[in-house]
Design a protein. Structure first.
Length: 297
């Protein structure tokens, strides 16, 4: 059993990397397709889409590197491992999204102020294909992100969802421009501006949990309660006092104060502490280490 559990975190990292590489391949094709269609079809909303997909490629590479680094074993300089690289990658993705939104908004305003042709009808078909591909990618990558509990992979998934949102707003904007005709040429440019708001919102959605992890925020769920319950079930444990759990990449670290009979000797207390640590780590394979402090009753 122990042998099969040891590579768990590395396998999770590799699974996350595979989903990220899939997204990179898809985004390369989408940048070329959307960029070409946007230029030929006179649609800045599609060009904005291509720019956003370009940032997807960059951010996915950052996520891939973050996952690769987070999976490395602890060393002399990093005794707690390299897990912080994973949420750090997610934060960099959020920053890239905000930068892309700022650029798209600036260019969109310039296009609104500059007269231009109506977008071509075929751009709607391009967007429909993009929406289908990106929603499929979002669902697949988000599923992997939940399975491996990775903020960076979830961030990568949300980047795909941002593309779905911007594509939908572009679809609506181009449709309005085509239906309205002359005088509505800038409708898809306004759609690009609306899409920027969604992109910034998604950036915050990515940034907030990743920043919390960097700051050693208590993980969501019942981690502390579960750790205390496992410790209190160990023979010799009278009760538990303080319990802190923090997440580092794919792994969790727990600090726990355990109350024992004050009349037992040091060795007995030491054995109880080791039993508590072993019990928690066996029940929760994602827990990398448990620091147990013994308190007399």
């Amino acid at each position: 059993m122990e042998q099969s559990r040891q590579p768990t975190n590395r396998e999770r990292a590799e699974k996350g990397q595979s989903s990220t590489l899939l997204g990179i391949g898809a985004n390369v094709a989408l940048v070329l397709g959307k960029g070409t269609a946007g230029v030929v079809g006179h649609s800045y909303a599609l060009i904005a889409e291509a720019i956003e997909s370009g940032t997807d490629i960059l951010s996915s590479l950052i996520v891939w590197l973050g996952l690769r680094t987070a999976a490395r074993e602890p060393d002399e300089n990093h005794p707690y491992g390299h897990g912080k690289a994973e949420p750090l990658a997610a934060i960099m993705v959020a920053i890239a999204l905000v930068a892309a939104a700022a650029y798209i908004a600036t260019e969109g305003i310039l296009h609104i102020l500059t007269p231009h042709q109506l977008p071509a009808p075929f751009t709607l078909a391009v967007l429909a294909v993009v929406i289908a591909i990106k929603e499929t990618l979002y669902r697949r990558v988000n599923k992997v992100g939940k399975e491996v509990d990775s903020s960076a992979v979830k961030a990568d998934a949300w980047h795909h969802r941002a593309d779905v949102i911007t594509s939908c707003t572009a679809f609506i904007g181009i449709s309005i421009a085509l239906i309205g005709g002359k005088g509505y040429e800038s409708a898809d440019d306004w759609a690009a501006l609306v899409a920027c708001c969604f992109i910034v919102f998604n950036a915050y959605h990515i940034f907030r949990p990743a920043f919390g992890e960097i700051m050693d925020e208590a993980p969501a769920g019942t981690w502390a309660e579960d750790v205390r319950a496992l410790a209190e079930a160990v023979p010799g444990v009278v009760a538990t006092e303080k319990c802190y759990v923090r997440k580092m990449g794919f792994e969790f670290f727990a600090d726990l104060h355990v109350i024992v009979d004050g009349t037992i000797n040091v060795r007995e207390g030491h054995d109880i502490a080791h039993a508590v640590k072993a019990t928690i780590m066996q029940a929760k394979p994602a827990v990398y280490n448990v620091l147990v402090h013994i308190e007399p009753a």
